[in-house]
Design a binder for this molecule. Sequence first.
Ligand code: ADP
Length: 523
Amino acid sequence: MMELSYQSMKVAHQAREADELRTEMRRKSLLILIYHHLLGQGYVSAAVALDQETNGGVRRFEVCDNIDLEMVLMEYESYHYVKFQKYPKLIRRTAEPGENRNARSGSVKRSSCSAAKPLPKINPSQSPKSGNGAKRTTASSHTNENGSALPPELSEFGLNVSSIRNGPAGEAANNRKGQMTDGKVSINDAVKGAGSDSDHMERLLKPLSGFSGMSGEMRELAAIISRDIYLHSPNVRWEDIIGLEDAKRLVKEAVVYPIKYPQLFTGILSPWKGLLLYGPPGTGKTLLAKAVATECKTTFFNISASSIVSKWRGDSEKLVRVLFELARYHAPSTIFLDELESVMSQRGTSMGGEHEGSRRMKTELLVQMDGLAKSEDLVFVLAASNLPWELDHAMLRRLEKRIIVSLPSSPARQAMISHWLPPLSSTGGVELRTELDYETLAKGMEGYSGSDIRLVCKEAAMRPVRKIFDALESHQDGDTDVPAIQLETVTTADFLEVITHTKPSARNLMDKYTAWEREYESV
Ligand code: ADP
């Protein structure tokens, strides 16, 4: 009896030892896998640091059987899919202090176009109609992933507009995710579902140490440009851009669809390498570029052309070269060159003759654009200009596709005013009511840009708020009870009064844009 229990204790002890050994081996293998993964991805300094921290314990080992971290994760995903019919969510963004996770995850609902998608069968006669010029569908931005209502959303002026905008359209939008087909969730949906949380995750860039053949100076320039790469999604969706239906469609055709459906864009349809958005200031050119960045998870370089010139006059030529090299390194990439006229005005026409450095930089930009046109690199230049007639013709030829972003139409102006000043919203918990004849106001704002209209709406919303400052100030000096605050309703007359004090910024230039459009519009 004694002998038996001694034997079983020994066996149990040996089993425990074997278990501990396996755990230890597993931990060590994990570190070695991480070490090789870091090296493979070019994170050389991180790999060296890991090796040092483990006293050289990882460098001396190789991984057997072609295992690597990615494969381990893939195996886990397949296992999870077989067991639960959906892919696992591997990571999730940590909430930052004071951040509302629900609001974040609900605020982005978009289809990623980073990966080529298989083409579904579509009967051309069934293709969905493009929406009405100025009507916006905002429903998707007010529901979270499970389709439940999000906490009230604040409008751009801090006004709560969610209660007013949630409509039946929202329900339809909610049902899109996790759609069941014959009782099964399609793999595409499962993949989309699993990826949704990482959609607005900070972008992980390849380390610059893998950027070969660079001198110290070039590496420094690369680091400077890397600061202009969007790491966070700018979170502007197509439906956030009011009106501009033609411009949106053309931008999607030129930039988004070639990335989403590359199989369609070959031969004569091979994608454009350069696109110019032009039109009056404040009409949504930057918004369109941000929507591209949000929709396509390409590496997005947001470059303000004027800052290249002013900050890097001497070095700007090198900076341009490194910019394109970096874009190729991080491909697929989109380079957004804002205020293009400030670097690419017609050569030799700038005041006081042309600076030699700036001439060389322009030439470099042209050379790089030519390089792109000839190559298969997935790098695309999106340029914006308020003054297209000032642009160098050689540059224009390279921006093959040109799209006008014009002043908002009357329905678009109406949609903007009702978006920024809905009948009921709240600011800092205080209700703001408006009684506005949107149609009349939109008619009275001909020639105003989107940005002008936003300013007018802000000023109109400010009027009743201004009137309560006295009450608030006197309250702070006295007792602790918060006075009941009632804001006056903003009326059409108030709004018209604001309009008389704010002049449209670009009305007089519109003829010039249309004349330019007639001459230079590509298609
Ligand atoms: P630009 O054409 O000068 O690049 P932006 O895209 O920067 O203009 O627009 C400036 C601001 O004006 C935007 O942040 C937005 O608030 C407002 N705006 C302009 N056009 C629109 C639009 N079509 N839809 C929604 N907001 C707009």
